[in-house]
Structure formats: C-alpha cells, structure tokens
Design a protein around this ligand. Sequence first.
Ligand code: FES
Length: 102
Amino acid sequence: MEEFVTVAKTSDVSPGHVKYVEVNGVAIALCHVDGQFFAVGNVCTHDGGPLSGGTLDDHAIECPRHGARFDIRSGKVICLPAPIPIPTYDVRVEGDVVKVKV
Ligand code: FES
C-alpha cells in the first residue's frame, strides 16, 4: 500500500534549492519554492540527467546536462530537449518534516 514516507526536514532544503531523496527505491528531486515543497522524478527524460543537480527558477527546474526545463507542479516540459514530462509525487508537510508518496 502506498504511504507517505518522511524524506527530509523542512530545514534541509533551503528555498530555491533541490535535494536528492529516495522513496522505496525511487529517485526523487525534492524542491522548495516559497515555503512549498514539490517532489518530481530525479531522472531527466532527455538523457537521464540528475535533476537534483539542476537549478530552480520559480517553479521550473533545469536539467544540469543540456538545459531542459520542467514545471515541478505538473512535470510538463517547458523547454526542450526533453521529449516527455517527468513524474510528480504527492508531498505533505507535517510539522518540520516533509513526506512524499510514490
Ligand atoms: S539529460 Fe537533461 S537535458 Fe539532456
């Protein structure tokens, strides 16, 4: 059964930053934007670049390899060369911990 799993403390990820986490073997880029947290798949759909090593610009995450951009709210591609969206996962903040469900 799918459950929310604690992945970090809220203080572990500064606003505008990304942290690599794993839930049940799934690699996730945990993003912090203006007090809200978003979880997306860590693997770029272009050529497997690690999105947790990329940069955030508002709600867009940019792959560090060739610059594809995705909306972290929907997973949609904003900028090529990525061909398809990345998965997004439900996030819940409880007190000072961040939980993700895959
Ligand atoms: S691997 Fe991400 S843009 Fe190429």
